[in-house]
Design a protein around this ligand. Structure first.
Ligand code: GCV
Length: 715
């Protein structure tokens, strides 16, 4: 008999051999469908796929995916047909359910929900995927495959799932020349030049991946938009993509540039109240819908960061949004109007400006307009308090905008699983109602019946073989999709599902990977912007530290504007003695955050300017605590690297190496962030390093001299 430890090693090798043998490049995402341990059992339970009617392209996509997935997981391709035999997976729609199958509450699942149920029908053991519409069946097929892929037993399956938001949308910041603003995953996946003639296979795989999460919309082009996208040749390209995505339940949308008719010289003005402008947009909408009958609508960035907008004509955001909404309404299209506005000319705290602009417009938007609000009031920082507009515009549908691409969290070079960031914001209590009102509840908007609801995620998808620039960045796309389906979801559960499908079902591997993921975002917060600091990234490209930058054209683009460090202290006073941004929150929140003693430490310097010797709850001074946080971030980054090393036997070679290289980079850059920040803040505070703290490796001047004129994602 083998000794215990040796036996364990041998069995580990036997179990893991197949995974290690195959080199993987990540293209399969979480749709890898690797062999199950209980493959032969599942094979018996999934011998055929049955659908009684004529399969639409959507149903066909469901059948194809089930065949692909089951082949991968059981080693055998199931037959497909119309008969219901023992071991069939039965796809069924309301009105055509298998005889004797009771689908209680099917109607309540709506057009996109589904149920999965193991049942006996006419004496046959089957698994039913039931839904009201074809798209529900497709989502159900993906749900079933996910269940199997994450080790659930088919025989006991009994699940129902309904999306809690209507619009679950990706925002591509993709330019027409195939560059991607804040994109770190190669070029745009839209090969605009070759469209509409060439329809790449990757578009179908994109659709599959999104449908597997329930993402049902995609804005194809950058919010910093160009007029050309709305001309006939480009509409034809967009139509080709819409054709590919349609069977997967994904509608296309476009970012519209406010001044399009003027720039195309087809009107004399872009004033939203000018009849010729409204007529132009009506005609444009008609033209688009003639080519793309299910076109989703427009996303608009107006009067923000130099983009044109209705305010150029002394009109409001509501005037602008409603004019576009009127053009789209006859076609059931919608407008997603962004609240990300701030003006350099305004001396007021940038964090306050969106609220100040939009709150007075509550109730003034047309019913097919949603106001799209970033998760926080500044700009996708590693940590921000929730945006004060959530819960503050009860008469207006608000949708969330998260950034999946990591503009401010180390691009695709650093591991930072964003699930906890999304969850933290969604679970935050706005206290706009006496019994609590979380951001997730604001988005779900269950009180208002049919009002549109939604979530947008700025995509991290590109032409890179890994899709997302790195293997672990795929998890951010995944988690975004799962939260868009269920904003009350759990980031750890999503990480676990993702890890099992993407890397390994081996419990040891899953535990390690999930733990790494769950710690990774906090590590980034610590080594970049601890204790509520924000926007300290270097100029323009936002790669690496630049807390010293104070010479940009606009004050609110300078890191010094955000940390306000001087000889005496550090932090942005947003209480009544400062910008009073706090007054934009409900009293229950504002009161708690008005006092540094009751402000969560993670947000301390977001709301308070405090002396360097301020006594922290840990007993340390603020200065000592700040350095300790930077150090903790570095230690955590080193820990990620060390843990990955342990996973070497459990992960295929290529992906192991690719992740290892990035983690090495992350450790190096975490130290750089820590050293440069400590050197800078020390130069401002004049304080000695806390006892035992390591001296920065280089001088402040050396850190300041580091430049990246060709950084990724910056144009
Ligand atoms: C698309 C930030 C980014 C910009 C981005 C902008 C926005 O400022 O740095 O690249 O522009 O947000 O969300 O509109």
């Amino acid at each position: 008999m083998l000794g215990g430890a040796l036996a364990a090693v041998v069995s580990l090798v036997v179990v893991l051999a197949p995974a290690q043998a195959v080199e993987e490049d990540g293209y399969d995402l979480w749709l890898r469908y690797r062999p199950l341990q209980q493959a032969s059992q599942v094979q018996q339970q999934a011998r055929s796929i049955s659908y009684a009617g004529k399969a639409s392209p959507t149903i066909q996509a469901a059948i194809d995916e089930l065949r692909r997935g089951l082949q991968g997981m059981t080693g055998k391709v199931p037959a497909s047909g119309t008969s219901v035999a023992d071991g069939a997976i039965v796809l069924a729609k309301a009105g055509a359910l298998p005889q004797g199958f009771k689908a209680d509450g099917l109607a309540a699942l709506g057009p996109e929900g589904y149920l999965l149920k193991s049942a006996t029908v006419n004496g046959k053991r089957v698994t039913v995927i039931a839904a009201n519409e074809d798209i529900g069946v497709l989502y159900g097929a993906f749900g079933l495959l996910r269940a199997l892929n994450t080790g659930k037993a088919l025989a006991a399956i009994d699940e129902r799932s309904v999306p809690k938001l209507q619009l679950r949308v990706l925002n591509h910041w993709d330019n027409l020349d195939r560059t991607v603003e804040r994109g770190y995953s190669g070029q745009s996946i839209w090969n605009w030049w070759e469209l509409p003639d060439i329809r790449e296979r990757q578009y179908v795989d994109y659709a599959r991946a999104n449908a597997s999460l329930g993402i049902n919309g995609t804005v194809l082009n950058n919010v910093n938009s160009k007029a050309e996208i709305l001309t006939a040749p480009w509409i034809a390209k967009v139509a080709a993509l819409a054709d590919v995505l349609r069977p997967y339940g994904i509608k296309v949308y476009l970012s519209a540039r406010w001044s399009t008719p003027l720039e195309l010289k087809e009107t004399k003005t872009a004033d939203p109240l000018a009849p010729e402008v409204a007529a132009w947009w009506r005609a444009k909408a008609d033209e688009i819908y003639r080519t793309i009958p299910d076109f989703g609508g427009f996303l608009v960035k107006a009067n923000s960061e130099g983009q044109p907008g209705p305010q150029d004509y002394q009109r409001t955001h509501a005037d602008g949004a409603n004019m576009l909404a009127a053009a789209l309404a006859p076609h059931k299209g919608i407008v997603m109007w962004r609240a990300f506005v701030y003006a350099a000319e305004k001396p007021d705290d940038r964090a306050k400006q969106a609220y100040d602009e939009f709150k007075p417009l509550d109730g003034k938007f047309a019913p097919n307009v949603l106001v799209q609000v970033k998760n926080g009031a500044i700009d996708f920082q590693p940590r921000e308090p929730f945006h004060p507009l959530f819960g503050a515009m009860p008469q207006t549908p608000l949708m969330m905008e998260f950034q999946i691409t990591k503009e401010y969290l180390g691009f695709a070079m650093h591991m930072a699983y964003l699930g906890p960031l999304f969850e933290e914001v969604l679970k935050a209590d706005t206290k706009q109602r006496p019994n609590g009102f979380t951001v997730a509840q604001v988005l779900e908007d269950t009180d208002h019946g049919q009002r549109p609801t939604g979530m947008a995620g700025v995509a991290n998808i590109g032409s890179s073989r890994t899709w997302s620039g790195s293997h672990f960045d795929q998890a951010n796309w995944y988690a975004y999709g799962r939260f868009a389906w269920d904003p009350q979801g759990d980031s750890r559960a999503f990480a676990q599902e993702w890890a099992m499908q993407t890397f390994s079902r081996e419990p040891q591997a899953v535990t390690q990977i999930v733990d790494m993921m769950m710690r990774s975002r906090e590590a980034v917060v610590d080594y970049m912007t601890p204790l509520g600091l924000h926007h300290l990234m270097d100029t323009g490209h936002h790669h690496g530290p630049g807390p010293w930058v104070d010479n940009l054209g606009r004050p609110d683009w300078n890191p010094t504007y955000y940390h306000k460090a001087d000889k005496k202290g550090i932090g942005f006073d947003r209480t009544a003695t400062g910008s009073n941004a706090l007054a934009q929150y409900a009293p229950g929140v504002a009161q708690r955050w008005a006092d540094p003693r009751t402000t969560p430490e993670e947000l301390l310097l977001w709301f308070h300017h405090l002396p360097w010797d301020y006594a922290m709850p840990s007993g340390r001074t603020l200065w000592t605590e700040l350095v300790a946080r930077y150090d903790r971030g570095v230690t955590e980054a080193e820990g990620l690297r060390a843990r990955w090393e342990k996973l070497k036997p459990l992960v295929d070679g290529r992906r192991y190496d690719e992740v290892a290289q990035r983690l090495d980079t992350q450790v190096r850059e975490a130290r750089w962030w820590r050293d440069a920040s400590v050197a800078y803040f020390q130069s401002v505070s004049g304080l000695p390093l806390p006892p035992g703290a390591r001296k920065p490796e280089r001088t402040l001047e050396q850190y300041k001299a580091i430049k990246f004129p060709y950084a990724a994602g910056h144009h």
